[in-house]
Design a protein around this ligand. Structure first.
Ligand code: NOJ
Ligand code: NOJ
Length: 715
């Protein structure tokens, strides 16, 4: 029996008034569908071959792809996505990730065989302030984008824009990285008299923090975000997208944009409207040399990450038949290190890797992997066409053969049904979106795990072996005694489970046989005895910014949300979602606590209160104390933005960068208008700290634009 009753009146309000019932920051209940706009559906043939970029279109794309040039535009557009919203809604999709929709270069860059190529993928921007003519209309207006966002919102779906602030387009060819501002030419890479771009070689050492942020990625013109014009340009592009209905952003190449600047980028958006950010920090796994940097970034910047380590583990285990222990240990490591692990954005395929079915042409395995993805912790992404088992194995199925034309919109595939059922479970049982993860039974082929949020429990059993059954004995679960039907209704071979009573949340299940390639899902929503806080978003903001807390059993009457002893101003209150503004409290880390109207407290959730909106400032310290390999200079200071005088890798700001050793620099987002005190420290490889001498340095942060500080190390 479900305890969640939605009155017809409330349902009506939700359908008609988007903002009262869904808050973009609370993203954990979303199921994301990733679209390469050009390859999805041609909803408007009038924009297929626009005059300003004539000849970049191949009409064979959707009809006869084997005869088409896979590097040209094929006709998919924003109107096409709009026309397929009911297909997506029927699958339970609640958010659509669009490939970059902004205006891209208008000319071909011939490939090594002298065949034309075009930026159908969207990653070669020329004008971040307008919409690409192949996706919208010949005048680069916002009309098609506005139509899509409002239609999506009317259908309860959010729009995620892929935003690529790292670069414009390739240098020395095409348009030479040209940048335009709403149709007006600003500069290209060669002219660049104002330092709008970095002029450095291509990245060669992929573990060098300086090269990653300041060198060129794949020959692309690398924008200089510390330049106040570029800073303002990119931030106005972002807020303009928000004003046109973008609910969230996937940040391209987040590891290659100046890290400190990105904090202020996200903060600008959060200060303007509710939003959610996740970045593409590419890494192979948790032993990547910069894994620590990645979770430090996610824990402090307000930007969550695409979960590349888990992606590797999922593909290794399901497609390449590795042991389930790889997934189990990856989850354990990440869940220890990421503060908000349920915000990590999880995926199996994307536009940069061969599709799963190219690696292993086994649809059972893909179904099992999708079932895992949709029940594991994190916010799942379905890459377009995976639900139709789309793949093209030409040249190993990598880019561009993983950007297939969508050829079928069948709603009866197992893949489509599976997403639909598990998207419904994400709405119905809070353990999926907010719960912990616990391994309950494991061998090379079998993984049985439990998600749990208070008395809400989901138990999932997967056997990925194609031929072997396993006898499961000694399984314990937090599911109360009783018999549970498979939530998937046998779609992947599941069956019922009987649980007997035990103690301490460990109830013995009856022994059973788990047949080959089976997934079973058993679940319960238990009665809540207190308010249950599951989510906060954003995770970092200054006083005055709107925040959403989501969960269950908050009650229908307005209660309080406390930062220490200070109550936040409540903007809206429902049983499952509360919005408020960050109160005017001292900056720092808070365990935010909700109390219902009768004073019963919820569990606390961590939140970082900033002193003020963030301004990117570049700090340089000259002639710092000598360092040995593995030692780094860090910055630390008197606000939470500067680590509150922290002296560890995780709490101080850095490592700083030393392309001009022994001078070190770092771009850091600091509170606008604040008088900050700071010092530079050496943290040696073994953690030993050396402070510079003398009085603290002081600086007054500008209230807008960007800033620069240049001081000498005090001996
Ligand atoms: C990563 C994107 O996912 C990829 O498709 C793109 O080519 C590069 N970043 C450059 O923008
Ligand atoms: C302790 C350090 O030793 C000192 O140098 C620094 O100025 C203070 N922390 C911060 O006020």
């Amino acid at each position: 029996m479900s305890r969640r009753v939605v009155s017809p009146m409330l349902a009506f309000l939700c359908a008609t008034s988007f903002s009262t019932c869904t808050h973009a920051q609370d993203f954990k209940k979303q199921v994301i569908y990733q679209v390469v706009t050009d390859r999805f559906f041609d909803g408007d043939t009038s924009n297929n071959n626009p005059a300003q970029s004539y000849g970049l279109y191949d009409p064979n794309g959707f009809t006869n792809p084997s005869a088409a040039n896979w590097h040209l535009y094929w006709g998919g557009d924003l109107a096409g996505i709009q026309q397929k919203l009911s297909y997506l809604k029927g699958m339970g999709v609640t958010a659509i990730w669009l490939s970059p929709p902004v205006d891209n270069i208008n000319v071909s860059i011939p490939d090594s065989n002298n065949n034309p190529t075009a930026p159908y993928h969207g990653y070669s921007a020329r004008d971040f302030q307008r919409i690409e003519e192949h996706f919208g209309d010949a005048n680069n207006t916002w009309t098609a984008f506005d139509n899509l966002t409002s239609a999506a919102h009317q259908n309860g779906m959010k729009i995620i824009v892929d935003f690529a602030p790292n670069h414009t387009s390739p240098t020395g060819t095409g348009e030479d990285g040209a940048l335009y501002n709403n149709g007006t030419f600003v500069t290209n890479y060669t002219q660049d008299t104002n330092g709008y771009f970095h002029h450095n070689p291509g990245i060669s050492d992929w573990n060098d923090r300086y090269q990653l942020q300041y060198y060129s990625l794949e020959g692309l013109a690398d924008l200089n975000q510390e330049n106040s014009y570029i800073d303002g340009y990119l931030k106005s592009a972002l807020t303009q997208l928000q004003n046109h209905g973008a609910d969230a952003f996937r940040i391209d190449a987040v590891k290659h944009v100046t890290w400190g600047w990105e904090y202020s980028m996200a903060n600008t958006a959060f200060s303007s409207k509710p939003s959610f950010f996740f970045g593409e920090w590419f890494q192979g796994g948790t032993s990547d040399p910069l894994f620590h940097d990645s979770y430090k970034f996610a824990n402090h910047s307000g930007i969550s990450l695409l979960d590349f380590p888990l992606n590797t583990a999922i593909r290794d285990v399901f497609a390449s038949n590795n042991n389930f222990s790889e997934i189990d240990s990856t989850l354990a490591t990440e869940d220890t290190n990421f503060t908000w692990q349920n915000d990590l954005v999880t995926f199996i395929d994307n536009q940069d890797m061969a599709r799963f079915l190219t690696v292993d042409n086994n649809t059972n395995r893909l179904n099992e992997a999708e079932a895992f993805l949709l029940t594991c912790r994190g916010i799942p992404i379905i890459y377009y066409g995976d639900e139709q088992y789309l793949h093209n194995d030409t040249s190993g199925g990598t880019d561009p053969y993983n950007r297939n034309p969508m050829t079928s919109f069948s709603t009866s595939t197992t893949g489509y049904q599976l997403v639909s059922k598990l998207a419904a479970l994400r709405q119905a049982n809070d353990a999926i979106a907010y719960g912990s993860h616990q391994q309950r039974w494991i061998n090379n082929d079998v993984y049985i795990y439990e998600r749990r949020f208070f008395n809400d429990v989901v138990l999932v059993a997967i056997n990925k072996n194609d031929t072997t059954s396993y006898s499961i004995s000694g399984l314990y679960t937090a599911l109360p005694a009783g018999t549970y039907q498979d939530y998937l209704g046998g779609l992947l071979g599941g069956f019922s489970l009987t649980v007997n009573s035990g103690s301490g949340g460990n109830n013995p299940a009856n022994n059973f046989t788990l047949p080959p390639h089976t997934v079973a899902v058993w679940q319960v929503t238990g009665a809540a005895t207190q308010p249950e806080a599951g989510s906060i978003g954003p995770t970092v903001a200054q006083p005055g910014v709107q925040v959403t807390m989501a969960g269950d059993n908050f009650g229908s009457s307005t209660g309080t949300v406390l930062f220490g002893s200070t109550a936040a101003a409540i903007k809206s209150w429902s049983n499952t979602s509360v919005t408020f503004t960050v109160p005017n409290v001292t900056n720092g880390l808070y365990n935010v606590q909700l109390k219902n109207a009768s004073g019963t407290t919820a569990n606390t959730i961590q939140f970082t209160v900033l002193q003020a909106k963030l301004i990117p400032v570049t700090f340089t310290v000259n002639n710092a104390t000598p360092t040995n390999p593995g030692d780094y200079i860090f910055l630390t200071g008197n606000t939470v933005e500067l680590g509150n005088w922290g002296t560890t890798f995780d709490t101080a700001i850095g490592p700083m960068l030393d392309p001009n050793y022994p001078n070190w620099f770092l771009n850091v987002s600091v509170p606008a208008g604040a008088q900050i005190q700071f010092k530079f420290i050496k943290i040696a490889a073994d953690g030993t700290v050396t402070w510079e001498n003398g009085a603290n340095h002081t600086y007054t942060v500008p209230t807008s634009g960007t800033g620069y500080v240049n001081v000498n190390w005090q001996n």
